[in-house]
Design a binder for this molecule. Structure first.
Ligand code: MN
Ligand code: MN
Length: 300
């Protein structure tokens, strides 16, 4: 089961110039073949499907911890997309002014037609994410090899999307995910090493460029976020520490297993977009709910 917090993993700045085309590029990191939907669903299914978990518990725990983290990653990418799309059309209630006119020239019209100027599980070309991106063979060595490859591919895509945008919202999100994805690369490399003795960490980093080259990533590395594997659970998945230990292959610092979740930040409150009727329902009686809350003693 999942224990959910109303927190987001990284504090995202508002865009300097909200841009639907930047949002469209960032979609690759959400619903692309190597996006966060893929990492989330790959590790989630592999954890559900894990056979012989009592014998191989450290590997089951590791995959489960990382699966839980990926939920928070689809969340941060979605918020980055949502912030990049906020305020990109003309606000108001008069449809005759064609308030969504700018959507005609946007790369992804779904952002203005199928959603309320917000994220969808699609890639940068608008193709919907598919379960065909899930690899769950049931063979541990094969699944771990796949996961190592998936994280390296994801890393390459993040770097390229970073190079496509100067928006601080997108760069803050990518910088954070490069560091956390880097943890997953090393975690799966370590898992393969413990399982087989092959020195997979000698392959990293793939691509060769270090996370140091990205200022937004460097800030998180100074906080040692590249060394920490979180359990995302108050007391379970402890045996992941039997895989996640030793030193980081790039800077030699000691790896740390953290029982629990990072603290996170209050998620951005997305402005209303009345021209899309998002969220609509202007007649909602806030006072009525305030009265109910008062009577029930609910803090609002
Ligand atoms: Mn991720
Ligand atoms: Mn990952």
């Amino acid at each position: 089961m999942i224990h959910r917090f109303d927190r987001v993993a990284v504090d995202l700045p508002r865009p300097t110039n909200p841009s639907p085309n930047d949002a469209a590029a960032v979609q690759e990191l959400l619903g692309g073949k190597f996006g966060e939907m893929s990492t989330l669903m790959n590790y989630t299914y592999q954890s559900f499907n894990f056979r012989g978990r009592n014998r191989l518990r450290p590997f089951y725990d590791l995959i489960s911890c990382i699966a839980a983290e990926e939920y928070g990653h689809i969340e941060v990418v979605s918020y980055a997309i949502n912030l990049l799309l906020t305020g990109t059309t003309q606000r108001g209630n008069d449809p005759t002014t064609a308030p969504l006119l700018s959507g005609v020239n946007a790369r992804n019209a779904y952002h203005f037609i199928a959603s309320g100027q917000s994220a969808l599980p699609v890639d940068s070309m608008g193709n919907f994410w598919t379960g065909q991106n899930v690899f769950s063979s049931g063979n541990l060595k094969l699944d771990l090899l796949h996961n190592f490859f998936l994280e390296c591919g994801a890393r390459a895509n993040k770097m390229r999307v970073y190079e496509m945008t100067v928006e601080p919202t997108a760069r803050a999100m990518v910088g954070y995910l490069l560091v956390r994805g880097g943890v997953h690369v090393v975690a799966y490399a370590r898992a393969l090493e413990k399982l087989t003795g092959v020195e997979v960490t000698k392959l990293v980093p793939i691509p060769d460029l270090s996370n140091d080259a990205f200022p937004e990533a460097l800030a998180h590395m100074k906080n040692n976020e590249h060394l920490k594997l979180y359990s995302f659970s108050p007391k379970d998945f402890t045996q992941a520490a039997q895989v996640w230990n030793g030193t980081h292959p790039e800077d030699g610092k000691t790896l740390e297993f953290v029982q629990g979740s990072p603290e996170g930040f209050v998620p951005p409150d997305l402005d209303e977009e009345p021209q899309l009727n998002a969220p609509g329902f202007d007649g909602f009686d806030q006072g009525m709910f305030a009265d109910i809350a008062k009577k029930m003693g609910i803090k609002v």
